[in-house]
Design a binder for this molecule. Structure first.
Ligand code: 5GP
Length: 116
């Protein structure tokens, strides 16, 4: 059994964090340390520690994460100029919170995909 992270507490609102979206599958809220004027995290309501732990049973949830990202990008007014969706996995991917999440980043030109 994977250990819960702070994100499970945010989903349950045990740590009060304004939610931008929540349904039976996913939850979205702003990143606490935004790297762009729009920086939103979209996460599954069930704990999946890393992308390596995703199974076929999660496909509906992962698809929902994308459709919610699209909806929130439109609400933020960044859909036409564009944005970036990122999922980090494990150490080399720079993952800090082991509850998978999609970063939705935008509101300015984001530059090259990787800092090298
Ligand atoms: P990762 O590096 O795992 O892909 O990204 C984790 C993200 O979660 C980071 O951008 C970090 O700022 C954000 N984060 C960590 N703890 C909290 C929290 O308690 N609240 C919110 N809103 N974001 C958090």
């Amino acid at each position: 059994m994977a250990e819960e992270t702070i994100f499970s507490k945010i989903i349950r609102q045990e740590i009060p964090t304004p939610l931008l979206y929540q349904d039976e599958l996913v939850t979205a809220f702003r990143d606490i340390a935004p790297r762009a004027s729009t920086h939103i995290l979209i996460i599954p309501n069930t704990l999946i520690p890393t992308v390596n732990d995703v199974t076929e049973a999660d496909e509906l949830t992962l698809g929902r994460m994308i459709t919610v990202a699209k909806k929130l990008a439109a609400e933020e007014g960044i859909d036409e100029n564009g944005y970036r969706l990122i999922m980090n996995c494990n150490d080399h991917g720079g993952q800090e919170v082991y509850h998978i999440h999609m970063h939705l980043l935008g509101g300015k030109p984001l530059g090259p995909m990787l800092a090298v």
